[in-house]
Design a protein around this ligand. Structure first.
Ligand SMILES: Cc1ncc(COP(=O)(O)O)c(C=O)c1O
Length: 461
């Protein structure tokens, strides 16, 4: 198999074929069908000249697992292919992916614009950590109005940022419109596409320049590991803006003042090369090959899982909408949702499976429902095969002021679901039973009373 399998002129392979075959880079001689787990810190140099060539980059073999590793390389190739990018860098977490994606572009004194509805960890990274480096974030108020982006651009604005399916409110952004607005100012558009994954959305096809994911979620998919990835479209014209991105116009070898620059050497891939070698490589954000192997396993079943996740999510959102205690359901797959038209445009395969709903009874009702579920797991995580539930106002968003929570629509009665791949009837039965508890009824446990008896499907939940 060659790297060009999916780029033939005679046939376009489907996503499910690609997810299974993309990224296979061969192995060291035993005929293993999947790329094995190479747990080795370093890789042998045959002799003096070999070592020299590896460091000079004239021999592209592996050197040291902080920089590159065969297991990671296979997963990076697969993710770059699946996202329609030119290169990917695996890193230790989704937070590390945000850090690498943005710090490869920004430097002290820079300003950037962000959509308002983003993962709270990313917001804290931008507002706290980046501020300490002299990098200023500004949040637009109306992300789907390009004018709101345009009017905030300053001479030192260096990128636009947004989250594809914002967690937990699902207030979708119009990716194409924001990418166009960014490009009209000569800056790239960076997007966190964790919730859709490349199966539901390929942001590069809509103009995004850099895509990142927390692989901890749907890509690994089984709640077994933390990881992240940064993927570059290889399309942004970094060469045209030496004033904005001066680091890419400097020599690759810093000691050699007249040397070849990142732009000279890598062209449109300059940002990818810089992000990988200088930012990820030196900050040391590398992903363990063990976790990369788990991501590889997850990718192979991505479409199957996402089809089930999204089908279950739509059924549950539809059911929740009919419950009298529920004042709103933030799922754009519902025809009643204000973001439904965007969902139809960007997410024809399904609008994800992480969404919030709000109980009119506020925190007191949320607490009862939260404590009553038996199949949903109470946990702060998303994208797991298991269904998960969380109360953001008192957990992920608890450090915000009440006013900030109100602005973000994180009301006291809001609960977030990450809908898994279990049988949807069981998930609805679990919620139905929890709503009966909320209504003051005393429904029997789904687990039954036979705790010491034979195995039931609910064992271990
Ligand atoms: C949308 C989104 N992006 C990024 C992250 C951060 O990922 P990680 O926990 O792998 O650092 C999360 C985590 O919940 C997330 O939901």
């Amino acid at each position: 198999m060659t790297d060009t399998l999916f780029e033939t002129e005679t046939h376009t392979f489907g996503f499910s074929t690609e997810q299974v075959h993309a990224g296979y880079l061969g192995e060291a001689g035993y005929g293993a069908r999947i790329t094995p787990l190479y747990l080795s810190a370093g890789f042998i140099f045959d002799d003096f000249e070999h070592a020299k060539a590896r460091f000079a980059g004239t021999d592209l073999g592996y050197v040291y697992s902080r920089i590159n590793n065969p297991t990671n390389a296979a997963v990076e190739k697969a993710l770059a292919d699946l996202e329609h990018g030119v290169g990917a860098t695996l890193v230790g977490s989704g937070q590390a992916a945000a850090t690498v994606a943005l710090l490869s572009i920004l430097q002290a004194g820079d300003h950037f614009l962000s959509a308002p509805s983003i993962y709270e960890g990313t917001r804290a990274l931008f507002r706290g950590n980046f501020a300490r480096f002299g990098i200023e974030v500004e949040f637009v108020e109306h992300p789907n109005d390009p004018e709101d982006w345009h009017r905030r651009v300053r001479p030192n604005t260096k990128l636009f940022f947004g989250e594809a399916i914002p967690n937990p409110k699902n207030d979708l952004i119009d990716i194409e419109a924001i990418a166009d607005a960014a490009h009209s100012h000569g800056v790239p558009f960076v997007i966190d596409s964790t919730v859709p994954t490349p199966y539901l959305l390929r942001p590069i096809d809509y103009g995004a320049d850099v895509v990142f994911h927390s692989t901890s979620k749907f890509l690994a998919g089984h709640g077994n590991s933390i990881g992240g990835v940064v993927i570059d479209a290889g399309r942004f014209d970094w060469a045209a803006h030496p004033d904005k991105f001066p680091h890419l116009h400097k020599p690759v070898f810093e000691e050699d003042a007249q040397g070849t620059t990142w732009i000279d050497k890598f062209g449109a891939k300059a940002n990818f090369a810089y992000a990988r070698a200088v930012v990820a490589g030196r900050f040391g954000t590398s992903l363990s090959p063990f976790n990369a192997f788990l991501v590889q396993q997850g990718i192979e079943t991505l479409s199957l899982r996402l089809d089930r996740h999204t089908r279950n999510a739509l059924a549950i959102a539809t059911w929740l909408e009919q419950q009298p205690e529920v004042s709103s359901v933030d799922y754009p797959g519902l025809a009643s949702n204000p973001f439904h038209a965007l969902a139809q445009k960007y997410y024809p395969r399904g609008a994800g499976s992480v969404f919030a709903f709000t109980l009119a009874g506020g925190e007191a009702s949320a607490k009862v429902l939260y404590d009553a579920v038996e199949v949903f797991t109470r946990m702060t995580h998303i994208g797991d095969v298991r269904s998960l539930i969380l109360h953001p106002p008192t957990t992920t968003h608890s450090k915000l002021s009440q006013a900030a929570r109100d602005r973000a629509g994180i009301h006291p009665g809001l609960l977030r679901l990450s809908v898994g791949i279990e049988d949807v009837d069981d998930l609805i039965a679990d919620l139905e039973r929890a709503f009966r508890v909320l209504r003051g009824e005393n429904p029997p446990s789904l687990r039954g009373s036979d705790a010491a008896g034979a195995y039931t499907p609910a064992d271990g939940l």
